[in-house]
Design a protein around this ligand. Sequence first.
Ligand SMILES: CC(C)(COP(=O)(O)OP(=O)(O)OC[C@H]1O[C@@H](n2cnc3c(N)ncnc32)[C@H](O)[C@@H]1OP(=O)(O)O)[C@@H](O)C(=O)NCCC(=O)NCCS
Length: 165
Amino acid sequence: MVKIEKMTTQHLAEVITLSVVEEQKKFVGTIDEILASANAQIRPHVILVEDKTVGFFLIDTTYAKTYDFTGQSNSIGLRSFFISKEHQGKGYAKQAILALPNYLSEAYPHHSKIFLTVNCQNPIAKELYLKGGFEDTNALYHGGAAGPQHIMVRSIKSSIRAVSQ
Ligand SMILES: CC(C)(COP(=O)(O)OP(=O)(O)OC[C@H]1O[C@@H](n2cnc3c(N)ncnc32)[C@H](O)[C@@H]1OP(=O)(O)O)[C@@H](O)C(=O)NCCC(=O)NCCS
């Protein structure tokens, strides 16, 4: 069972051991580079399986200010999502992506949409996001270092919350 938590100093020893394979580094970089971009507005999160850290992502609350394509001020961004190489292919990314809306609707209740960009050379990740309910906006972002990226978006209102509203 996959859990999502905000990263704390207790996770640090495991987080710094996380890495992707060489060919995937162009998509997310190294964990040192990712952690260097984290701050109070760009929050690091861990993906846990039985309390072991298997993956990581950033939730960027400044995303709408940084990227015009969001078109609205209350959107947040998913960045640097990855599963460490030794844990890939076990369904953990899919479980985490499916758990994300409920987590975000609790942790970031004032935001209604989450955006991400995924490299056009990364069909595995794009497929994962589609399975997780993200939609391809059919627009491309050209500002990335590794070529054009699909812009994807998802509502983060949980189904439970949507029913009760
Ligand atoms: C993309 C990534 C997160 C997938 O993680 P994972 O834990 O291996 O994925 P899962 O085992 O949960 O599989 C989820 C889906 O991804 C796709 N997928 C995963 N591995 C795949 C492979 N080797 N070949 C084809 N599709 C694959 C499938 O659609 C799969 O869904 P399914 O189980 O219904 O077939 C992982 O490969 C990764 O960390 N890549 C490097 C970083 C990266 O590219 N991040 C995205 C940045 S936008």
